[in-house]
Write a protein that binds this ligand. Structure first.
Ligand SMILES: Nc1ncnc2c1ncn2[C@@H]1O[C@H](COP(=O)(O)OP(=O)(O)OP(=O)(O)O)[C@@H](O)[C@H]1O
Length: 603
């Protein structure tokens, strides 16, 4: 489980230890063994060359070569057989880590306060962190191991080099310091540039979606915007490609020029070993194996160490993001399934002087917003775009709780209900309701995941007048809907909307909220919908948000929202009685349409 704290390099080891202890231990043991191999190789090759020289010079028996050969075989086994075994261990570990870590991250995401989902910056952060967490953790862990491997390997080789020629060892260490510095600096800068590239990549991926997704097919064809969007896509693609190219060039120039210098210094070091060889202080075997070792050491330090340090800097930057993500505030019960409150019967709902600004903004969306609603009546919010109607619903459903003033349900403060309870007795169909690429049955079942009642699913379908549509489907309720799946059937806008409302009916919630529920319905369906909700309003409570005033007037009370407060409240007749009232003006502007329509449908 992710805790709200700073995550450090230390966590790159602790996390795999917690989730895959056996594989982690095996990887560490292998790293230690492998780290000693350069020193081991140097010594056994020196041993082999010296023994072979002795045998060729006739100073030793042939049988003495068996031992160095056996030792060389040991080296071959460790360096050639073990890596393949470790690949298998790594794969099994990676799978388990993947499942566990991803689950923890998904749960954290589900627990986040809603404001983070609607905020662009945190949404970017969430996107960055959740992209490939296992890749970062696993690479981070392997990177630490390869860093340690390099350190131990280098140190053990240095001991051998220094025991023969001390000054050579010191030169090697001095070469390493600037290389080390360049590697860290490049790593940090590359991560920062990588963020820019990531941001641009997301933008052009969105455009690619517009260019290819079936959902946009009709408008794409009719508006003919493909070529304009393609130009924009190309521009962004080039921008991101330029950044990525810059990263690669800088990496190459910084690190590889360092490597060239290191290689030259390696040659100088070999030159330094020649005098001790001449003077017989160094055996020929040790000279040859040391030369091999020094070149491999310099290469490791310049190429491998640079790469390791660069990765390390990149992963450290990722961990900063990860910590920020882990510390994002959560909502209690956010991921909990709705809880049914025994015996809950709706009586009243009240907003008292509620004020609200979206987090991170300084504009008040709701200002001293007050109203009261009671059981037995239907209510409709009306008002201009952006007046604050949906915001009222977001507060009522507990999505945001940092508002001023008070909200009551059944005269009990909203803050005293748990989020799970609120989810249990309030169900909403939002304007931009979800269209799930699932079966018809599952689309409805999501409204109440705890209930398995096919009878009730059919009832909701029938209430939403979807029977005819279902009968026409090859697999009935089990037919997949949506555009993307094979064998799936796409629905019309109105059918999707009715399916979303059927989901709400299936939820068994006491309070129903329908935000623009009839936008995609024809007038006959619209009037049937209002009839249905006034029928079920005896044991449920319904709030509508609508711009269609002909529909709103069927509600017992209409609340006109303007500039974040309730400007007018009353029945259609009462509001029409205010000669210069907002409702009256709004209705007048829609009158011609509704008068013609109402004669037919609203009576
Ligand atoms: N997450 C958010 N962050 C910042 N501002 C927001 C956010 N969501 C909505 N707003 C702003 O709050 C204001 C009220 O929005 P709201 O969706 O409540 O209006 P509405 O009355 O439902 O409008 P409409 O009739 O168009 O659906 C708008 O100006 C909108 O831009």
């Amino acid at each position: 489980m992710l805790n709200s704290r700073d995550y450090t390099i230390f966590d790159l080891i602790v996390t795999p230890f917690r989730i895959i202890p056996v594989q982690t231990l095996a990887a560490i043991l292998y790293m230690l063994l492998d780290a000693l191999m350069p020193a081991y190789q140097t010594l056994v090759i020196a041993y082999f060359i010296n023994t072979a020289t002795e045998i060729f010079n006739g100073r030793a028996d042939y049988s003495l070569i068996v031992k160095p050969i056996a030792l060389i075989m040991g080296y071959v086994i460790v360096t050639h057989l073990f890596p393949s075994l470790m690949q298998i261990v790594d794969l099994t570990g990676r799978n388990k880590l993947n499942v566990t870590l991803k689950k923890e991250i998904v749960l954290k995401r589900a627990r986040l306060e809603y404001k983070h989902i609607e905020n662009n910056d945190t949404w970017e952060l969430i996107h960055r962190v959740c992209g490939d967490p296992v890749g970062y953790f696993m690479n981070g862990f392997n990177n630490i191991l390869s860093g340690m491997n390099l350190l131990i390997g280098t140190a053990s080789l240095l001991v051998i080099v220094m025991s023969s020629t001390f000054i050579t060892g010191i030169v090697i260490v001095l070469v390493a310091v600037p290389l080390f510095y360049i590697a860290i600096k490049t790593g940090r800068e590359n991560y920062a540039m990588g963020l820019d590239a990531h941001r641009i990549r997301r933008k052009y991926n969105d455009l690619a979606d517009i260019l290819t997704n079936r959902d946009y097919a009709e408008e794409r064809t009719l508006f003919g915007y493909s070529s304009a969007i393609t130009d924009k896509y190309d521009k962004l693609y080039k921008e991101s490609y330029t950044i990525e190219k810059q990263i690669q060039i800088r990496t190459f120039v910084n690190l590889k020029s360092g490597s060239m210098i290191a290689l030259l210094i390696g040659i100088v070091i070999v030159g330094l070993l020649l005098p001790p060889l001449n003077q017989g202080e160094l055996s020929i075997g040790l000279f040859i194996s040391l030369v091999t070792a020094i070149f491999s050491l310099v290469q490791r330090m310049s190429w491998q160490l640079s790469d390791t340090m660069q990765q390390h800097a990149r992963i450290k930057e990722y961990l900063k993001d990860f910590s920020e993500f882990a510390k994002l505030s959560e909502k209690e019960d956010a991921e909990a399934v709705p809880v049914k409150v025994d015996g809950f019967i709706f009586h009243s709902l009240e907003f008292k002087n509620v004020g609200f600004q979206y987090p991170g903004t300084d504009r008040s969306i709701l200002k001293n917003c007050s109203f009261r609603m009671v059981h037995g009546k239907t209510y409709a919010f009306v008002g201009e775009n952006g007046a604050g109607k949906t915001t009222i619903i977001k507060l009522l459903t507990g999505m945001y709780d940092d508002y001023e003033g008070e909200i009551f349900i059944n005269d009990k403060n909203l803050r005293e209900y748990s989020f799970a309870e609120l989810k249990g007795f309030i169900a909403v169909v939002f304007q931009n309701f979800s269209k799930y690429a699932l079966t018809v049955k599952d689309n409805i079942r999501l409204g109440n995941i705890l209930k398995h009642d096919e009878e009730d699913i059919r009832k909701s379908i029938s209430e939403m007048n979807l029977n005819g549509m279902i009968q026409g489907l090859e697999f009935g309720l089990d037919t997949y809907v949506g555009k993307m799946k094979e064998n799936s059937v796409d629905l019309s806008g109105g059918q999707w909307q009715r399916l979303a409302i059927a989901r709400l009916l299936y939820s068994d919630s006491a309070i129903h909220i329908l935000d623009e529920p009839t936008a995609a319905l024809d007038p006959i369906e619209e009037s049937k919908l209002y009839e249905l909700f006034s029928r079920i309003n005896t044991d449920r409570f319904t709030i509508f948000i609508t711009h269609r005033l002909g529909a709103a007037r069927i509600s017992d009370e209409i609340l006109v929202v303007s500039e974040g407060r309730i400007a007018e409240q009353g029945s259609h007749e009462q509001l029409m009685g205010y000669p210069s009232g907002m409702y009256q003006k709004m209705f007048a502007s829609q009158r011609s349409w509704y008068e013609a329509e109402s004669k037919v449908h609203y009576g």
